[in-house]
Design a protein around this ligand. Structure first.
Ligand code: RFL
Ligand code: PHB
Length: 397
């Protein structure tokens, strides 16, 4: 085994090569800033994680500005609305008509990651996979440091700035002292059981389904690949859900009309994701800046997680470019407050939409009637539909 040490200097050290870290890396590199991205896992693992599917307009715009949208333009599915279903009775929310033309794009996070990694190779963006035991030091000084181990070698990276983009379970957030970091959290008593199957989707748009038996979501990745979710208990075991049981329960919740358009087939991915709302404040401490899931988590109902990671790094990228190009500190000093202002609105929307659509342990017959009445109100009110639509397509930065 190789043993040794290496010491390098970079302007920005980015921890984590998920959407937040990779996009920030591309953004800074476009401005000639010297960055390294340190990722604990390997490329295949990061690219293989099945996660988000819906990109807001702002996310698509950033990918376009970075010249990373070629495949997205070709393969992404533009959706100008979505369907809400209440105990099998469906109605449509027309985003484009309600918001002056805004749409969302269905393009899997896995595809985004593949595009970001491919472009990193051709553009010479330095991504180190397999960086183990990463530690962040001296963030309260002007020379923070990253230490990690790879292939038996201890590495030290001296930085001007560290960006913590290492997700909810990363190490960056813990580098903010407990007396400084304030956290806000809701853990939901249920999860989402998701499958992927190579069958055509039941509908041209997503169907968010509120049902007395629990929430369901009909989504997709392409014209031939479907992504379906069922609300399940938090500790649900995947082994208890053979495909037939999944399809049967899905069809019950979608109702007979949509169920008649569901094509069943073998699933090739099946996982349970827990649901959580979480915010850590502030998103900056000294020379450490948090972005994406490292700072906040939303339940997936509003399709906001990856999009929030992207709006964070758009703001952080602008602030760091001002800092390195002009020596201006207003941007980095204002980053946390600016990012959190948008984060909290997305947290509110995701929490509200989750509450409206799911069955909670305390959803008694009265509470269920309240959900059904609110959905009936949305169905009949252009104002209520506009509120939902403008949040779903993404609030301005
Ligand atoms: P990520 O993607 O978790 O990436 C963090 C990276 O950091 C690495 N890492 C470390 N590296 C070095 N040293 C350490 N100590 C490290 N610790 C961790 C990890 O290996 C990883 O590669 O965070 P990021 O970049 O902030 O991106 C966040 C998004 O991935 C997440 O918000 C979305 O996937 C959430 N999400 C959705 N978001 C949307 O915008 N639209 C959707 O439709 C949507 N659907 C979803 C979702 C998430 C889901 N799950 C599974 C939680 C659907 C689901 C089911
Ligand atoms: C998905 O396709 O994975 C997806 C779509 C919409 C959501 C969450 C997940 O709200």
């Amino acid at each position: 085994m190789v043993e040794g040490r290496s010491r390098t200097r970079r302007q920005v050290g980015i921890v984590g090569a998920g959407p937040a870290g990779m996009l920030l890396g591309h953004l800074l590199r476009q401005h000639g800033i010297d960055v390294v991205i340190l990722e604990r896992r390997d490329r295949a693992y990061v690219e293989g994680r099945v996660r988000a599917g819906v990109l807001e307009r702002g996310t698509v715009d950033l990918l376009a500005r970075l010249g990373l949208d070629r495949r997205l333009r070709r393969e992404g599915l533009v959706h100008s609305g979505t369907v809400l279903s209440v105990d099998g009775d469906a109605f449509r929310i027309d985003f484009a008509a309600l918001t002056g033309g805004a749409t969302v794009t269905v393009y899997g996070q896995q595809e985004v990651m593949k595009d970001l990694f491919d472009a990193a190779e051709t553009r010479g963006l330095d991504v180190v996979f397999g960086a183990e035991d990463l530690r962040i030091e001296d963030v309260e000084t002007d020379t923070p440091r990253l230490r990690y181990r790879r292939g038996g070698v201890d590495h030290v990276v001296d930085c001007d700035v560290v960006a913590g983009c290492d997700g909810f379970h990363g190490v960056s957030r813990a580098a903010i002292p407990a007396g400084v970091l304030e956290t806000f959290e809701r853990v939901y008593a249920f999860g989402w059981l998701g499958i992927l199957a190579d069958v055509p989707p039941a509908d041209g748009e997503l169907i968010y389904c509120s049902h007395a038996r629990g929430f369901a979501l009909a989504s997709m990745r392409s014209a031939t690949r479907s992504r379906y979710y069922l609300q399940c208990s938090a500790g649900e075991r995947v082994e208890d859900w053979p495909d037939e049981r999944f399809w049967d329960e899905l069809c019950l919740r979608l109702g007979p009309e949509v169920a008649s358009r569901v094509t069943r087939g073998p699933s090739f991915e099946k996982t349970v994701a827990p649901l959580r709302s979480f915010v850590g404040e502030p998103m900056r401490h000294g020379r450490l800046f948090l972005a994406g899931d490292a700072a906040h988590i939303v339940p997936p109902t509003g399709a906001k997680g990856m999009n929030l990671a992207v709006s964070d790094v758009t703001m952080l990228g602008e602030a760091l470019v001002d800092f390195f190009e002009e020596g201006a500190t207003a941007g980095i000093d204002g980053y946390s407050a600016r990012a959190l202002a948008r984060v909290w609105k997305a947290e509110r929307f995701s929490w509200w939409f989750t509450g409206l659509m799911h069955r909670f342990p305390d959803t008694d017959p009265f509470a269920r009637r309240m959900q059904v009445a609110e959905l009936a109100y949305i169905r009949g009110s252009r104002a209520a539909q506009t509120t939902l639509a403008e949040n779903y397509v993404g609030l301005p930065m």
